[in-house]
Design a protein around this ligand. Structure first.
Ligand code: ZN
Length: 153
């Protein structure tokens, strides 16, 4: 059997989360690694402005006009959508990855400060960007439609 050809998906950042550039890069690149380790995709950062995936951290106002396909939502005092990954396709936003701009932590422990683990939410949303839908059957799947406790830090 012939080995699967590795496909390269390019990405770049429009901006960074409130964690700062270095921590944001660490969290997102770790999330890409999760998928690279289990499928024939390779994610490469490019700096020429021509990328498949635009990663952006947006304010509530900036998010209002966006098409949302992931119900990862906040039900706490700051209502709104936490993040969403656009499915592959032909629109200008296909494959893009958008996050709220300020609700992130790089910790995996619950601290009750209303922040969320950026790495794990990014793994979920990248799943949408590469074409995966929600998995409602397996409660341990990263593609389950609801946030698990440890993701909310
Ligand atoms: Zn989702």
């Amino acid at each position: 059997m012939r080995p699967l050809e590795t496909k390269v998906l390019t990405y770049d950042f429009q901006n960074y989360s409130s964690l700062g550039k270095e921590k944001t890069l660490n969290e997102i690149e770790s999330a890409f690694s999760v998928w690279q380790n289990v499928c024939n995709l390779k994610f490469e950062r490019v700096f020429d402005g021509i990328q498949a995936m635009n990663i952006a951290f947006l304010t509530d106002d900036e998010k209002q006009n966006a098409e949302i396909n992931c119900p990862y939502k906040l039900n706490n005092k700051k209502s709104g959508t936490l993040a969403y990954g656009f499915y592959p396709g032909d629109s200008t936003m296909s494959g893009d990855l958008h996050f709220d701009n300020e609700r992130w932590s790089d910790q995996k422990t619950v601290s009750g400060d209303g922040k969320f683990n950026l790495f794990s939410v990014a793994v979920h949303e990248i799943g949408h960007c590469i074409g995966l839908f929600h998995n409602t059957e397996d409660k341990d799947s990263i593609m389950r439609p609801n946030l698990s406790a440890w993701i909310q830090c």
